[in-house]
Design a protein around this ligand. Sequence first.
Ligand SMILES: [Zn+2]
Length: 280
Amino acid sequence: MKFRLLLALLVLPLGAQTTPFGTKVSDPASAPATTTAPAAGGVSDEFVDNSVQVSPFRPTLLPEAKSTRTFQLSKLNRLGSTESTKELQRLYSAFATQSIVDGSPAGSSKAVGYLTSVTYSILQDLGDNRYLAKAAWPASGPNEALAAGVDTMALLLLEKPAKAGDTGKITGMHVGTVAVLFTPDFAPLKGRRLTLRREAFLECATLEDSPAGLQRFAEAITAGAELSATTNETIPCKKCGGLGFTREAQKGQLLDKRVPCADCASTGKLIISVETKFVP
Ligand SMILES: [Zn+2]
C-alpha cells in the first residue's frame, strides 16, 4: 500500500523522478530553473544556480499497532456481541481521519503519514507544485508523535499552483523530513545557495466523516474490501488481571503480600494501539 502511494506521488508533480518531493537534477536537461540571472545586489554576469534538489531525509514512522481484533459487520447490534452502531461510528471516524482520497480502485488509501491541518504563507515556488512556506500545524498522532510546528519553514506539495505571498490552510499528510538544496529568493537568505532540512507535507483530502461516508464504508467491507482502523484502547492489564497489584505468598502468614503492578502503574488498565480489521 505504502509503495503504491509513493508511486502515485512520483507521477503527481510534473517531471519529478525520484521522490514525492524530489526532482532529480543530475540530468541537466531536467533542471529547468538554472538561469544566468544577475545575482542578488545587482552584481551582473554572476552565475546563479537556481536548481532545486529535494531528497528524503527522515521518513515518517507510523507506530505499529500493539494488538489486532476484528469487527464483524454481520454481528452488528446482535445480542451479546460487542459490535454496536455506536462502536462502528467511532471506528469509522478514526478510519476517515486515517485515510486519504486518491485515485486507487477503492477511492481511498490508508494515509502513510500523520494528517494535520497546516496553515501556510508561501515563501518561494520551488517548481512542480512544491513550495517552501512559513507554516504552522497542531501536533498529531498518538502521543503527539508529530510535534506541533509554530511559525516554521516547511515544504509543501500543493494541489494547485500558488505564488510567493499566498496564504492558506490545507489538510497535510506528513511525509517525513526532506533536505532541500536551493537558492532562496527572499530576505535575508536571498541568493545564498543552501540546504534546509524541513518537515514536508502533501496536500490531501480525508474521507468524509458522515452517515453517507459510513454507508459507503460498510458497503465496501461487504463487497470484500480489506479495511482497518487504528485506535488507542484501554484494556485490562494482563499482568495483574486488572487488579493493579499482584499477590506474593508470605511464608508463615495467611494473607498474601500485595505487590503494586509496575506494568500499569497500579491502575489495572493499559492504553494500547489496536488495529481493528473489518469483516463482512
Ligand atoms: Zn497491572
